[in-house]
Ligand binder design. Structure first.
Ligand SMILES: O=C(O)CC1=CCC(=O)O1
Length: 264
């Protein structure tokens, strides 16, 4: 299914695996598209229905006129899951995707059975920082932000490898207005009080060398959810599933098994 028509927007989506498998929805980081999960998929437990999508303003999805709000990003995802007739999914959100995960879990608990908050937080950075970055993107282009972003996302050894090119290219291919609109949505987001009210199986994952959402920040958010679990990946940055896909999947698969979501 290339693009889902949700009425107010068309989003690029991939819906793979058996229709009757446990639905697992992956929600991307700012400046990435659904290919960001490619390396992880071969390591996931068998039999899952895997749904990935490009957020508004990213990848092959529509780029509506800005401003965007977090409420709109959550509504887009809600509409997508309703469109695909998905209920009780495992929702994996990384960074901005993890903010959407928190907002969606509060708004539509019927859609989410278990939550993975990866390299994310209830509030990321400061509002001014995101507004400043959005202004730089609009005036100078994403090329003015790419080096600093790669340094926050990846460890030095990964940055020295040929694999970095894919991520630079993906970031630079993001429509400027889409990136800036989503950055401004992050600027206006503070989920501390609402995330603290969540009651569902929740796994937090952090990277030891994450320059965007340091592990202590991720842990602080994950600890808001009673009974949550937390895992730290060593020698990993902001996208630990890219640098260590097998280790990331092992943590995820174990979480699914512990909660009886897949067979032992
Ligand atoms: O761009 C960054 O530093 C990291 C980031 C914050 C939100 C997101 O999705 O990526």
């Amino acid at each position: 299914m290339p693009r889902a028509d949700l009425g107010h927007i068309q989003l690029h989506v991939r819906d793979d695996g058996p229709r009757d498998g446990l639905p697992v929805v992956f929600s991307n980081a700012l400046g990435t598209d659904l290919r960001m999960w490619d390396a992880l998929l071969p390591h996931l437990a068998p039999g899952l229905r895997v749904i990935r999508y490009d957020r508004r303003g990213h990848g092959l999805s529509d780029v509506p006129q800005t401003p965007y709000s977090m409420g709109q990003l959550v509504r887009d995802t809600e509409a997508l899951l309703d469109h695909l007739n998905i209920r009780a999914c495992v929702f994996v959100g990384l960074s901005l995707g993890g903010m959407v995960a928190q907002g969606l879990a509060v708004k539509r608990p019927d859609l989410i059975r278990a939550l993975v908050l990866s390299n994310t937080a209830a509030r990321i950075g400061t509002a001014q920082m995101w507004r400043d970055r959005a202004a730089v993107a609009r005036t100078q282009g994403l090329s003015a932000l790419v080096d600093a972003t790669m340094a926050r996302w990846f460890t030095a050894s990964f940055r020295a490898s040929p694999d970095l090119a894919l991520w630079r290219d993906m970031f630079l291919a993001t429509p400027v207005e889409g990136w800036a609109g989503c950055a401004e949505a992050i600027a206006g987001t503070d989920f501390y009080s609402t995330t603290a009210g969540l009651k569902l199986p929740t796994l937090g994952i952090a990277g030891e060398r994450d320059g965007s959402t340091p592990s202590d920040l991720v842990r602080e958010t994950v600890d808001l959810v009673a009974g949550s679990e937390f895992a730290l990946l060593r020698r990993a940055g902001h996208l630990p599933h890219v640098e260590h896909p097998a280790a990331y999947a092992e943590i995820f698969n174990r979480f699914l098994k512990t909660h009886g979501l897949v067979a032992e």
